[in-house]
Write a protein that binds this ligand. Sequence first.
Ligand code: GLA
Length: 729
Amino acid sequence: MAIIYDRDANTFTIHTANTSYQMQVDKFGYLLHLYYGSRNSGNTNWSLLYADRGFSANPYEAGQDRTYSLDFLPQEFPGQGDGDFRSPALILRDEHGTFGSEMKYSGYEIRKGKYRLEGLPAVYASDEESETLIINLENRRLGARVSLYYGVLPELDIITRAAVLTNEGSRSFTVSRFRTASLDMPAGRYDLHTFYGRHTMERQHERTSLGHCSVSVGSRRGMSSHQYNPFVMLSDPDTSEISGRCWAMEFVYSGGFAAEAERDQFDQVRMQMGLSEDRFSYPLEPGDSLTAPEVILTYSSKGFEKMSHNLHKCIRSHVCRGKFRDAKRPVLLNSWEASYFDFDGVSLLELAKQAKELDMEMLVVDDGWFGNRFDDNRALGDWTPNEEKLGGSLGDLISRVNNMGLSFGIWMEPEMISEDSDLYRAHPEWALALPDKKPVRGRSQLVLDMSRKDVREYVYNAVCGVLDCGNIEYLKWDYNSCINDVYSHTADDQGKVLYDYMIGLYDVLERLNRRYPDVMIEGCCGGGGRFDAGMLYYTPQIWCSDNTDAVDRLYIHYGTSFAYPSSAVGAHVSACPNHQTGRVTPLRTRGTVAMSGTFGYELDPAKMSEEEKAEVREQIRGFHAVNSLVRTGNYYRLSDPFRDDYAAWAHVAEDGSEALISAVIMQNHGNMHNIYVKVRGLISGEVYRDMVTGRMYAADALMDAGMPLPQPHGDAASYVFHLEQVHNA
Ligand code: GLA
């Protein structure tokens, strides 16, 4: 039993293999948070400290007892108006604008299996693997009920949280903040870890000591964003990859978000994650409900590595779905960096021919194949193949590519509309734009109003129309603008639009997933601007960044790896000098880096020398040998490229029988010092054989002394060691 309700103590305890989480309903009916940490037993309410503290107010029920105050007690789901002046999880206003959302316990339910969320992505698990706890809180004055959902996957040390707010009263109220998860930590020193970035440089890991302040990151852009990922961690100041405590929150949502960590006057820390409050104000009429999207929690007492392993397993096997979840992905050639908009049917077939000769498996036709799309200023929304440009129908092109022995994939950006498009000319009101203001454009385009049913129908039918043109096996679903202007012509309240947009998007993606189980959808948002667990529920991989430079990718992959498995990381080998940075890196290194993700190519093979082509064939052979390990193995960060002068990482089979160690020395220097990569995850006492050189290594020596990297020649030299366990003679 993962969930225990102790009637006498009024505690709820959640146990996973290595962690425990505990709450208690106290004498006044407040739900207090007692503990989240290493697995233990018993009631931990001894951790609560009561004291008469100045300016810490007392709820009416406490009478003359000044030692009881929610100003310092740890709350599970803090509202507003109960004397707690830290960040609330919920802000409600009644019809007069009065604030107040204090919540008291009203009941619970324990269920077998993991809850699902209507219309939203969520972790899934079988009834044998999971349990659900629902705790109801209520605000009698408003008739508001919040059901806190806890999903428990004990084997993975994963606890998920979601919340459903229902208006059970007789008058309306408005929700202006609804954060899914709030976690109060005991007094102490903590580091906050965030993953900031920008277009072409996403998810840069930043660790800061949390001072007496409230630090928040998030997105107001209508998507999870390049700028901050909806994933944050707290840790002890000395937590490392392999030791120390850390707590992670990961949002299963792709729209705007807020994540906050606040260190209060008594050194306690409150960590929260949930919907962004920006342009959010959601009225609930009697009988209406609103769901706060899911947050995945995990705790590790063994450093970041264990935390990432928990999350990787959860995302890989309990968020990603469908046929491609566990499948090897095709080695593809994407036309974008090969020719951008400058292609026609003949050049595409030439690309396909070259791809086939190099043993690639799929041609992906990126942007530019439809309507009047000769550049990025027009035609989004007009999803009719441009037969003149393609030299025939899309179906014909697909058949020809298939006949060459390659499968076919295509790019679309279904949520967008260009003003210069037939769609806009027919339906200007389908774009999100204020009626009395010129819109702000991103990449010359506007965003479709996915909160509208008719728009969703159009988008769904447009995508089906394209996918039905022929044997399309892969769809790259792009999204290249923030939501700048928020106005829907059909919304009864504009404060609902950003949330309803996401519900609309997920509805379309869900229907497409069901109708096309054999089409793999890759998420994309100018690279990794919507790289989140919400999208991964519908698209088992996401184009990680528009930056294909192998050196920059080391930093991007490093940050991404804290929360996301390699199987989700879209990565390609591109041409040099690199189109984003102008940097020249060895082809071998570009392969090493891309092979840690989904792998593919994004270049024009006709421009390669015969030697390079031979190397590409070799790379692809190598990819087939290691890919199942990369997709399913445990991931180890063996260096911190922000601190070390090399990047090193390993994929190790769950049973330790096989390991792929990869490393890149970013910059060479005269008479370079030696670098030894300390490996982890091998079986102590065993011997491993390098499958290429035949060299034998004792596991403990590789883990203690490290694998030496031969002297580099030039910058960005890369090294790969594919090891298999041999039995110790
Ligand atoms: C975005 C994507 C790229 C490419 C272009 C096409 O930037 O991230 O990979 O598809 O759009 O316009």
